[in-house]
Design a protein around this ligand. Structure first.
Ligand code: GCV
Length: 665
């Protein structure tokens, strides 16, 4: 692997040797030459050779190889789509599935169980995916840069070319191993060369990429420029109701699908942060999405339309306009109008991937529309893959949130899985955190988030701890007490990051633009709709019925809960309320004292994380130890800066000293 200059992430195959030796493969109902089946068998060989370090004989002839174990690959129509059943005994293993994706996931499940220390005979697992769509969104630009990327440059694009290498295949293997079945390769902000991905300038390479993905059961999707009729077609408008525009798209999509028949469809960011969209022509978001969806329906394509639509030129003096309201205000009205090959992709919170915010009321608020949850693995607001921040607990909270949209089946996990409303499409998407760094994710420990998102989107019942342990076992060979240490570090990390950056749901005190490090007023007088409204008496945004009314976008139970500071969950208090510094929290502490305490604690706990990591030095590869240690040093510097800037700011605003007399500047 070193020769290629990248790691194998969690597919290291070094942990145990219980399945070593030669194997027969017996196929029943599966074509051994099917591309996905071949990939699965190849991976099985990889695992065996990785474990033993020597070549193994994999044969189809049981007669010839009587001492070998046997892997039975059996088609069983009774197993749900993309699901699998894995069983094993001393003589081998059986994987049943009704389709090739399920078979591939079954093979990975077998390998995962072995790599996690289970012995043949102990392995028995039956799973079908919680979500039909499990997608990664790359924000990769064609010049090779990555928007919000913290792990080097793109491995898909370089100087406006598409790169295809062994790394591409490895990437597809990693994604399949965690159950991902869709990948959007380019940034949602589609500009410049990326607009040309749907032209013959790039067809050959996009097709080649889509075929590599297809080997692993993954569909390739592209982000689309809504203004393509203008930019590529030379038309004066891109009005979705204009006949000329529709005809242009029809010809374009025919050309695209003729060349790339496997293409899954398109992701569209429209009318958002300067991107073009239907609003320019007085049309609705549904008009835009449906026009494209109808055109690609005959090819089996889908349109994934983002709900991240808000006014980004707001006047900070205006206290009525509330960015948090925007998604619901724009999209709820047309619930039911979207055609059945459109999915609305909704960020987990109504603002933008803060370390803590309320769950978007659109999730479950829409009842007649395909919907999909979008989360961010790339650590834009959560530490740039410098600071440790295991995000699976955050995703779990969102998935477990009760929306009250339907009795007994109302969590976000229920809604996006399609269980609640029986929608045709649904699932989870994540803005991925990879790049061409040697270790793919900048911080080696950030790979736990990449791995974790995939596993969670496949099986939303897994706990954050189970996922962390799996990832650790597959990636490193730690004695069990050290595995506990690393698991615990991951599980503490989100709360620690929250403590020194953002208290009680306030968010946005980050350096503008870059979003790493503190700048308490950085966004306070800006156009982005991201305010904390701190004055000398208190802080927080009144989103109740006395304020912006955002809380009323939820179903009654949640609306009432959020509307009252006494029942509002404390971790979101300042997201929903403007609260005096002297307000007593449930603990009996005043708000100002909580601000001081949490920042002192957060910094101290960041130091403890770093100390815990130092204790793992003998157990992880030297290069990993060094890379991660260097990041912990930067995390401590960052946490100190946050602690001192935030505490000083609120001391100066409020004039109230710290009860414990600690140093504030
Ligand atoms: C891709 C935030 C980020 C942008 C990103 C945008 C989005 O505003 O800062 O970089 O653009 O979200 O999700 O579209």
């Amino acid at each position: 692997m070193d020769a290629n200059n990248w790691t194998q992430l969690w597919l290291t195959y070094q942990r145990i040797e219980d399945i070593k030796g030669d194997w027969n493969i017996s196929y029943s109902g599966f074509d051994m030459e099917h591309r996905i089946v071949e990939s699965g068998v190849y991976e099985f060989r990889n695992a065996l050779e990785g474990l033993t370090g020597e070549n193994v004989i994999i044969s189809q002839d049981e007669e010839k190889n009587q001492n070998a174990s046997t892997l039975f690959l059996v088609r069983d129509e009774g197993i749900p789509a993309q699901g699998y059943f894995v069983d094993s005994d001393e003589k081998g293993a059986t994987i049943k599935a009704s389709d090739e994706n399920g078979l591939l996931y079954g093979i990975f499940a077998l390998i995962r169980n072995v790599a996690c220390g289970k012995r043949p005979g102990e392995i028995r697992e039956e799973k079908s995916p919680s979500n039909p769509l499990r997608m990664m969104n790359h924000w990769d630009n064609m010049d090779g840069s990555i928007e919000r990327g913290y792990s080097g440059n793109s491995f898909f694009f370089e100087r406006n070319n598409i790169i295809i290498s062994r790394r591409t295949r490895d990437y597809a293997r990693f994604m399949a191993s965690i159950g991902i079945n869709g990948v959007v390769i380019n940034n949602v902000n589609v500009k410049d060369a990326a607009s040309y991905l749907i032209t013959d300038r790039y067809f050959d390479k996009v097709k080649a990429l889509s075929e590599i993905f297809a080997d692993f059961g993954i569909k390739l999707y592209l982000s689309l420029n809504f203004a393509s009729p203008i930019e590529l077609g030379g038309l004066p408008v891109c009005d979705p109701m204009s006949k000329e525009v529709i005809d242009w798209w029809k010809d374009k999509m025919k050309e695209v699908y003729d060349q790339i028949p496997d293409l899954g469809g398109f992701l569209v960011k429209a009318d958002s942060e300067g991107r073009p969209g239907p609003f320019t022509y007085g049309r609705t978001q549904a008009d835009g999405a449906n026009m494209l969806a109808d055109i690609i329906a005959p090819y089996g394509g889908i349109i994934i339309w983002r709900c991240f639509v808000y006014n980004c030129t707001q006047d900070w003096r205006d206290r009525k306009t509330d960015r948090a309201r925007a998604g619901y205000d724009y999209f709820k009205e047309q619930d039911g109008d979207y055609h059945d090959n459109v999915i609305l992709q909704i960020k987990n919170g109504p603002m933008d991937f803060q370390i803590r915010e309320a769950v978007s009321p659109l999730l479950g608020g829409l009842t007649r529309t395909n919907q999909m949850l979008e989360v961010q693995i790339a650590q834009e607001y959560t530490g740039h893959q410098i600071d440790l921040c295991y995000l699976i607990p955050l995703y779990k909270e969102v998935l477990d949130f009760h929306t009250y949209c339907k009795e007994g089946c109302d969590t976000v996990a229920d809604v996006v899985s399609t269980r609640t409303f029986g929608n045709r499409l649904g699932g989870m998407a994540a803005v991925i955190n990879t790049g061409n760094d040697y270790n793919w994710t900048g911080n080696d420990l950030a790979a736990a988030n990449t791995y974790g998102f995939g596993r969670l989107s496949f099986d939303t019942s897994l706990s954050a701890e189970q996922i962390a342990r799996e990832w650790i076992k597959m990636t490193y060979q730690l004695p069990s007490d050290k595995e506990d240490v690393l698991t615990d570090m991951l599980l503490r990390s989100r709360e620690i990051y929250e403590k020194y950056t953002s208290f009680l749901g306030i968010g946005w005190m980050v350096t503008p633009g870059d979003h790493y490090g503190p700048s308490v007023d950085g966004y306070e007088y800006s156009r982005w709709g991201t305010y904390h409204r701190a004055d000398h008496l208190g802080i927080g945004v009144d989103r109740t019925d006395r304020g912006t009314g955002y809380a009323q976008q939820y179903y009654r139970q949640n609306a009432e809960m959020y509307n009252d500071p006494e029942t509002c969950p404390e971790e979101l208090l300042l997201f929903f309320h403007h609260i005096p510094y002297t307000y007593k929290l449930k603990s009996g502490k005043t708000l100002i004292q909580y601000i001081y305490d949490s920042h002192f604690e957060g910094e101290k706990e960041a130091e403890e994380l770093s100390a815990d990591w130092k204790g793992l030095e003998p157990y992880v590869p030297d290069s990993v130890f060094e890379r991660v240690s260097e990041r912990f040093d930067r995390q401590i510097t960052n946490a100190r800066e946050w602690r001192d800037q935030v505490n000083s700011y609120f001391f100066r605003k409020s004039g109230i000293p710290d009860e414990k007399g600690r140093e504030i500047y």
